[in-house]
Each structure stands twice: as C-alpha cells, then as structure tokens.
Design a protein around this ligand. Structure first.
Ligand SMILES: [Zn+2]
Length: 199
C-alpha cells in the first residue's frame, strides 16, 4: 500500500478531459452547462466549497447534467502553507456541502493553484481522495486572456489524453466561454471524444 494518494495528471486513452475550476458561478456555469449539453460533452467541475454554499442550485444543476463534481477546497488557499488540520478542514467542509447538495461524496480533489506538499498528500490519503492535476492549460486566467488568445491556446491543447485546466469562476471566464463556444463549433467534425474523469 502506498503512503501517497493516487495522483492523476494525464491519461493515456483517447478522450479529452475538460475540467473547470473555481466555480460555481451563477452566471457563467449555467451558460457553460448549456454549451456542453449542446455538444453532448461531459466534463469535471472542481468547485470551491464556499461558492457551492452560496449557489447550491448551480451545483445541483452540474450534478443533474451528469458531470462529475470534485472538491477544490473551501476557501481556495495556498495549501502549501497550511497545517494538516487546516487542510483537512478545507477538504471535509467542502465534501460535506457537496454531499448535502448532490447526495454524492466527492472522490476527486484538485489543490488550489496546483500546489501541494507532504501534508496535503497525507491528508488526501486519510480522506481517501484522488488528486487530479492537469497536463494542458489554455491559461484562461491570465491578464491577457482575450477570446482570441484563449482560443488559439485551446486549439493546441484539445488533444487526446489531455486533462485541460479551465475556469468557470474567474473574472476572465466570459472569455473562456466565448473561446470554447467558437472552438467546439469548429472541431466538431474532427471526431474528438470528450469525457468526465472517473469519479
Ligand atoms: Zn482554483
């Protein structure tokens, strides 16, 4: 038995795994869900506990559309500077909120900023979560993230086996959504397959 939790940062099958962090956002997330529905794409949402608490109806909507919901901490802190006690509190508080809304215990965790140390690994082992990182980022959070720029970066990253990091709870998320709208329309004929992560 390993001392560490399972860490997922790439997958070797032919699917593309879209992941959306830092939501739910009451405006962006429902629009994103509509877009994903239109293209029959399932994705994974790493939600922030305190936002889920404020917008349970949006979390429920994600769940009812059969996407996978993962834990992205309660307050989105830099966990690398936190004690095991605080880390555990961040994770379990969010688990509890998500369980109450969806009836499902999240099994996936993504650390805020992708940062983790031994304390995070040790806590995830005890809480029985798998940690999900990414191997593709269109950098939709950057200050220069216009629709055109995100779209150009997406074009490079939407490839089989990629776990793609995007954000539905960020100030640039309207641009992310615009870029995704354009690109999904364009790549439709390429026969690319999308999947949510295994919960
Ligand atoms: Zn985040």
């Amino acid at each position: 038995m390993s001392l560490f939790p399972k860490i997922i940062w790439r997958l070797s099958d032919e699917n593309i795994y879209l992941t959306f962090d830092d939501g739910p956002d009451k405006n962006i997330t429902p629009r994103l869900l509509n877009l994903l529905n239109k293209h029959e794409i399932k994705a994974t949402f790493f939600v922030v506990g305190q936002k889920a608490e404020r917008h349970p109806e949006t979390v429920l909507q994600i769940h009812q559309n059969n996407h996978v919901i993962g834990n992205h901490s309660y307050t989105h802190p830099h966990l690398i500077f936190k004690s095991k006690g605080i880390i555990k509190e961040e994770i379990q508080r969010t688990d509890k909120i998500l369980l109450e809304i969806t009836g499902k215990h999240p099994t996936l965790f993504r650390p805020p900023y992708g940062q983790f140390g031994l304390a995070v690994l040790s806590v995830l082992k005890s809480t029985n979560h798998r940690m999900v990182l990414w191997n593709a980022s269109p950098q939709d959070y950057k200050a220069d993230a216009s629709i055109q720029r995100i779209q150009a970066r997406m074009k490079k990253h939407l490839r089989p086996g990629k776990i793609v990091l995007m954000h539905d709870g960020h100030s640039h998320s309207p641009h992310m959504l615009g870029a995704l709208e354009n690109i999904l329309e364009k790549i439709k004929e390429q026969g690319l397959k999308f999947s949510a992560l295994l919960n």
